[in-house]
Ligand binder design. Structure first.
Ligand code: BGC
Length: 381
């Protein structure tokens, strides 16, 4: 049962949400805190548009902060095995930094996550051209993509916990994609320390869509992620060319440095992954049926004991080991994000799917609803 109490202040509104799993009469757990959700001002765009900051805190004290710029996850503070909280995602304290150059910290990516070869695709007999923003390809939606749009955000209650719903309407032809696309992203923080992300989208003309979240995680809170131990529920992956476009092959991971079917330190074989700058930046083909929530990955960090499991309905996940981080972005509280300072697990349809008939389709037609659900579940060991 959810109840809301809204306190309106000058620029601040707070919603208290009673936790469905704690503090209910008769449980005897009277001292347990309740989940809260609050909205405040994060900053202003040059034209005066306000960027909102939403803070979701669960009964155990875990906090997720989201901003309406790019519907981005700005911070996520979770306990270690001794109950000490640390922010485990990369990002910035100020809107100014989000407006500058950065590699999609925490952002919602759309319309089409990952790369489209040479920025070209054909749909219904018509060829479409997109901006080449990662030469010679299009990356993460194009010039601006959904990660640089101002979304409308609102706090909503739900049976799972406190939520923020972001909506964005992408006009027909935006970034070269056909159709007016209505997208929603709902973030929910549960009392079980799970951050659930649910996406929906609909369109009025046949188009392509592939939404994801681009959070960079560091379960220690700082330093290199090469000591983090990764399990991937993937027997296959999609090899890429030198521009990171899939060759079309769906190859077994067995006997390669891409085999994480037995949990292995990220750094153990990373030097064997060729390329410039090298390191993991690959789409893994998840075992099990697409469309149903399944375990995709589990990552643990030995010092803090923090662990995250990623569950998703998507057929693939881009495991990116932060190879292009180079210390140029000054992060929260002056943090320097150096190479391998964070990793991403981006739930997705495969890169460049629209140009590969053997990959699961990213085509969305009028009358159909696009749905994607991904959950990051935190615990300690
Ligand atoms: C891509 C990387 C890219 C990073 C930041 C990842 O999703 O796979 O190649 O550098 O995003 O742009």
């Amino acid at each position: 049962m959810i109840t809301h109490k809204v306190i309106l202040g000058m620029a601040l509104s707070i919603v208290f949400v009673s936790s469905p799993s704690f503090g209910s009469p008769g449980t005897g757990r009277h001292n347990v805190k309740k989940a809260t959700a609050a909205k405040s001002v994060f900053g202003k765009m040059a034209d005066g548009t306000t960027i909102d900051l939403f803070s979701l805190t669960n009964a155990g004290g875990t906090t997720a902060k989201l901003i309406s710029y790019g519907a981005s996850l700005e911070s996520l503070s979770v306990p270690d095995r001794n109950g000490n909280f640390n922010d485990v995602v990369l990002g910035f304290d100020d809107l100014k930094e989000y407006l500058g150059e950065h590699p999609y910290f925490g952002a919602t990516i759309g319309r089409v996550a990952n790369r489209i070869a040479k920025g070209k695709f054909t749909l219904g007999g018509k060829e479409y051209s997109l901006a080449i923003n990662n030469a010679p390809n299009t990356l993460h939606g194009g010039k601006e993509g959904f990660s640089r749009k101002v979304w409308k955000g609102e706090i909503i209650g739900g049976s799972a916990g406190a939520s923020v719903r972001f909506t964005y309407v992408s006009p027909d032809g935006e970034e070269g994609y056909p159709g007016t696309l209505k997208a929603t992203v709902v973030y929910t923080l549960t009392d079980q320390n799970a951050l659930q992300i649910k996406y929906t989208a609909s369109v009025d003309k046949t188009t392509i869509v592939n939404l994801t979240n681009h959070s960079y995680f560091n379960l220690a809170g700082s330093g290199s992620i090469l000591n983090h131990v990764l399990y991937l529920n993937a027997d296959k992956y999609t090899p890429v060319d030198s521009t990171l476009i899939p060759t079309g092959e769906i190859a077994p991971v067995r006997g390669t440095p891409f085999d994480f079917t037995a949990a292995t330190a990220i750094g153990a074989r990373i030097s064997q992954v060729a390329g410039d700058p090298g390191g993991y930046d690959h789409n893994f083909v998840l075992n099990g049926p697409a469309g149903r929530l399944k375990l995709a990955a589990r990552v643990s960090e030995p010092t803090s004991g923090r662990q995250v499991e990623m569950w998703t309905t998507e057929p693939g996940v881009q495991f990116y080991s932060g190879n292009f981080l180079d210390g140029t972005n000054k992060g929260k509280q002056g943090a320097i994000y150096a190479k391998h300072g964070g990793f991403c697990l981006e739930a997705q349809h495969f890169p460049d799917s629209v140009n590969h008939a053997n990959f699961p389709s990213t085509i969305l037609r009028p009358g159909s609803l696009y749905r994607q659900q991904t959950v990051y579940k935190f615990s300690t060991k």
